[in-house]
Design a protein around this ligand. Structure first.
Ligand code: SAM
Ligand code: SF4
Length: 355
């Protein structure tokens, strides 16, 4: 085991040893010891980003991953194929860092769509520069896009993201609509500096036919400034939105959906809140993650990772890789553990894991 810093993985496995599967039922899917089954695959494709959101990245960006350590489009598509054909994966989302920083994102999506026909392939993006690539991405096989937008106030956006790029995000949202990617979902992290902007953001989302979801800030910032005392909770946000809108609770649309939904002003518009900290949904989590370097991460908050890259680049066949992946997920921890007195944030920040 090597010394680690934020952005560097700690690897659990030694490719010479078999994965630990003791007690695991002999099923193909990605089950864990607590009865959960992962169907939703998140693959990070880069640590690079065009923004520097304070809740995620350090001002100087993450330590760069050497080119040869990043998974290639062919390797990514092979993992997608293994996930879908052997492990019960039903949807694939590319994230980062900022996925648009990969110049070969079209190829990643195209090869993945070929490897798993009929599967939903989406990206989570900050939207910067999306307008210039959306048509090629859709032609390659992109079926959905989630765009992160925390405020529609240009000054607050620039302060929060440390970049003055709000107009580019707006252009990306317009372009995604024009490309027919509906429903367009917007993600907004709830921060104290932008709390007063939340009603304007919701009004903007409704006017622009976007489905907005607010997310409680998790202790996954590279700068380690998160404190529970400064957290904007779902309850506080609801109070703020309630000053302008009439909200009626619907709840979760399906049990594995992290967002709880509210009808806005009698409908049809809704707003979602992902209360990851105050109302965690760990018991229904159905995610499995692959980092940009090819490690399986079973939980955002679990530092143990299982490295598939040596297997992909060695002589392992798909069955062997699938079995390692199953072993990684079998070891998934019960939850994020934020309420425990000995809780420590994970070594990797959100941008280094892939949100
Ligand atoms: N760059 C892309 C983007 O921003 O959409 C994709 C990667 S980003 C890490 C994925 C999602 O994680 C974004 O919606 C972002 O707002 C969210 N995120 C980042 N840091 C977070 C944190 N500390 N707590 C909660 N959500 C966070
Ligand atoms: Fe970049 Fe997304 Fe992290 Fe913001 S949240 S710094 S856009 S990776």
């Amino acid at each position: 085991m090597t010394q680690v810093s934020v952005g560097m993985p700690r690897l659990r496995n030694d490719p010479a040893q078999a994965p630990t599967l003791a007690g695991r039922p002999d099923v193909s899917e990605l089950v864990d010891r607590f009865g959960r089954v992962a169907h939703d695959l998140r693959i990070s494709v880069t640590e690079k980003c065009s923004l520097r959101c304070t809740y995620c990245m350090p001002e100087s960006g993450l330590p760069p991953i050497a080119r040869e350590d990043l998974l290639t489009p062919v390797e990514i598509a092979r993992l997608v194929s293994i996930g879908v054909r052997q492990l019960g994966i039903r949807e694939v989302r590319f994230t980062g860092g900022e996925p648009l920083m990969r110049v070969d994102l079209e190829q990643i999506i195209g090869l993945s769509a070929e490897a798993a026909p009929g599967i939903d392939i989406s990206i989570t993006t900050n939207g910067v520069g999306l307008e210039h690539r959306i048509d090629r991405l859709v032609a390659a096989g992109l079926t959905r896009v989630n765009i992160s937008l925390d405020t529609v106030d240009a000054r607050h956006f620039a302060e929060l993201t440390r970049r003055d790029r709000l107009d580019s995000v707006f252009a990306g949202i317009r372009a995604a609509h024009a490309a027919g990617l509906a429903p367009l979902k917007l993600n907004a992290v709830m921060m104290r500096s932008t709390l007063d902007d939340a009603p304007d953001l919701l009004a903007w989302a409704i006017e622009n036919s976007c489905q907005l979801r607010f997310i409680e800030q998790m202790p996954l910032d590279a700068d380690r400034n998160w404190t529970r005392d400064n957290l904007v909770t779902a309850a506080e946000l609801l109070g703020k939105l309630g000053e302008r809108f009439e909200l009626s609770e619907i709840g979760r649309l399906d049990p594995s959906a992290p967002a709880e939904e509210w009808i806005v002003d009698g409908g049809p518009s809704t707003v979602g809140i992902i209360a990851s900290v105050t109302r965690p949904f760990c018991e229904n989590c159905d995610r499995t993650r692959i980092t940009a370097e090819g490690t399986v991460r079973s939980c955002l908050f679990g530092d143990n990772e299982t490295d598939l890259r040596p297997l992909l680049r060695g002589h392992a066949d798909d069955d062997e890789i699938a079995q390692w992946w199953r072993g990684a997920m079998w070891a998934k921890q019960i939850g994020h553990g934020m309420d425990a007195s000995d809780f420590r944030p994970p070594e990797r920040s959100m941008g280094a894991i892939g949100g």
